[in-house]
Design a protein around this ligand. Structure first.
Ligand SMILES: Cc1cc2nc3c(=O)[nH]c(=O)nc-3n(C[C@H](O)[C@H](O)[C@H](O)COP(=O)(O)O)c2cc1C
Length: 187
């Protein structure tokens, strides 16, 4: 994760290309209910303001606020409940969101988001996935996102600052040992 960005803008065509590639992730029933909303300029300023994330980052990781673009991956549960009402998928009660053991709209959104992180890395760009902890719905409303469509966090995107260095929890916590997380035949 990059937490110090260079404020240089990204080419909107490059952002579009990244998002078009990132959306080619696995999708349950090929429902494709994942959307990306790319924010820059005034829209991004409004997002920072409404969520209060600008105050948080200014205190702890000011370099994040230099990112020229923040992408909101968004999940539309209705795309999934509709798709799973169709003949080849019906019969499991999945036309109702509350019946899903695993909400695949969130799974799909996470997979597409990981694609975006990998693509950014591949292109030599910096990216940070971060959570939106305050006023997320208000921010989505301001941006015209339909009320049933859910946020799953945000991805700051841009060029890495020259002085970007590893930061965040991975600096203070070791990677867990494989024997603690990889299980064979039985947990
Ligand atoms: C679900 C999730 C939420 C995260 N939220 C934040 C966040 O709000 N702020 C932040 O700086 N990093 C956040 N991260 C990044 C993690 O801190 C980071 O991935 C982890 O420490 C490993 O570091 P690395 O990705 O740089 O290797 C989040 C990562 C995930 C997967």
């Amino acid at each position: 994760m990059t937490r110090r960005f260079d404020p240089a803008p990204l080419d909107p065509a490059e952002v579009h290309q990244l998002l078009d590639l990132a959306r080619r992730a696995p999708s349950a029933g090929y429902s494709q209910g994942v959307h990306f909303l790319a924010l820059s300029g005034a829209a991004l300023a409004g997002f920072w303001r409404t969520t209060g994330a600008d105050e948080w980052f200014a205190e702890v990781q000011g370099g994040v606020l230099q990112a020229p673009v923040v992408v909101l991956p968004l999940a539309d549960p209705v795309a999934y409940t509709s798709r799973y009402s169709e003949g080849d998928k019906a019969g499991h009660g999945l036309e109702r969101a509350e019946n899903w053991e695993v909400p695949f709209w969130l799974t799909d959104a996470a997979m597409a988001t990981q694609n975006l992180l990998l693509l950014a890395q591949d292109r030599g760009l910096g990216a940070l996935y971060f959570g939106i902890f305050r006023n997320a719905r208000a921010a989505l409303d301001e941006l015209g996102v339909p009320g049933h469509v859910l946020q799953v966090g945000a991805v700051a995107l841009g060029y890495r600052a020259a002085d970007d260095a590893p930061s965040g929890s991975a600096r203070t916590r070791p990677r867990r040992d494989p024997v603690d997380v990889i299980h064979r035949d039985r947990w």
